[in-house]
Design a binder for this molecule. Structure first.
Ligand code: DGL
Length: 267
């Protein structure tokens, strides 16, 4: 592993760009190779075996590009496939998931009642609730699967009437009442963070994993002496398994540069 090697980041679609964007902001010398598995989107309702298989082939692709780190910027794949990705990375790259840094974050918060929203797979895996309970048994957790949010965001529906209606319909549910923190347990959700904040009007603290994970990545790179400190004006690479205009527009929006989106088919 070398300081100049890229950071590999993957998700089912544009969600992981929220993590990539924060990484680029915090560590501007780092080069990113991003893979959006748009062909298999959404991951939220696929089988565990399928998620493991997709995650493994993307990891192999990123390792082949000599990435020094593989970031699973997807909660669903972090919940179901982290072990498989970690095994593949061995000594070749540092594996990072998006769940453990958030659990770590709750360690130092004053949360009493934590709401978690995510895909069906993430919520069914119970990973957030069980890890939080194991850390602090007195903290109450309340989980709700919000499966309409990923397709809604992928289609560019945010800050409009439709997204407002869908969102309030979920946030009003019995399952999420009386919470003081809300974990955005899906990397797509930071894209609707403003709307979620507008709904709660400051009464609930929103936990945005994209920011937390990027800080964790920086810490890991410093500890392994792999942070790229030389001025490098990196040219990021963006790959998708199935070309979509909306992905290209979102990546451009996030990275503020013309991007060259490549369609890359994996075995
Ligand atoms: N961004 C992914 C996550 O964090 C979305 C999953 C999906 O494709 O349904 O879980």
């Amino acid at each position: 592993m070398n300081k100049k090697d890229a950071i590999g980041i993957f998700d089912s679609g544009i969600g992981g760009l929220t993590v990539g964007h924060q990484v680029a902001k915090l560590m501007p010398n780092e080069r990113i190779i991003y893979f959006g598995d748009t062909k298999h989107l959404p991951y939220g309702d696929k089988s565990k075996d399928a998620i493991i298989q997709y995650s493994k082939s993307i990891t192999q692709f990123l390792l082949h590009q000599n990435c020094k780190m593989v970031v699973i910027a997807c909660n669903t794949a972090s919940a179901l496939a982290f072990k498989s990705v970690k095994d593949l990375c061995e000594q070749k790259a540092i594996p990072v998931n998006v769940i453990d840094p958030v659990i770590d974050f709750t360690r130092n918060s004053n949360a009493q009642s934590v709401g978690i929203i995510g895909t069906k797979n993430t919520i069914l895996s119970d990973v957030y609730a069980s890890k939080i309970q194991a850390l602090h048994s007195k903290v109450n957790t309340k989980s709700l699967a919000t499966p309409l949010l990923v397709p809604m965001i992928e289609e560019g529906f945010y800050q409009n009437k439709i997204s407002n209606t869908i969102l309030s319909n979920y946030l009003e549910r019995e399952e999420l009442q009386n919470i003081d923190h809300l974990i955005l347990g899906c990397t797509h959700y930071p894209l609707i963070e403003d709307e979620i904040k507008q709904y709660y009007k400051g009464s609930v603290e929103i936990v945005n994993s994209a920011k937390i994970v990027s800080k964790h990545i920086e810490k890991e790179l410093i500890e392994s002496d792999l942070l790229n400190t030389s001025q490098s004006h990196p040219k990021h690479q963006f790959h998708v398994s199935d070309f979509t205009d909306s992905f290209e527009q979102s990546a451009q929006y996030f990275f503020g540069q013309r991007i060259n989106l490549k369609e890359t088919r994996l075995k």
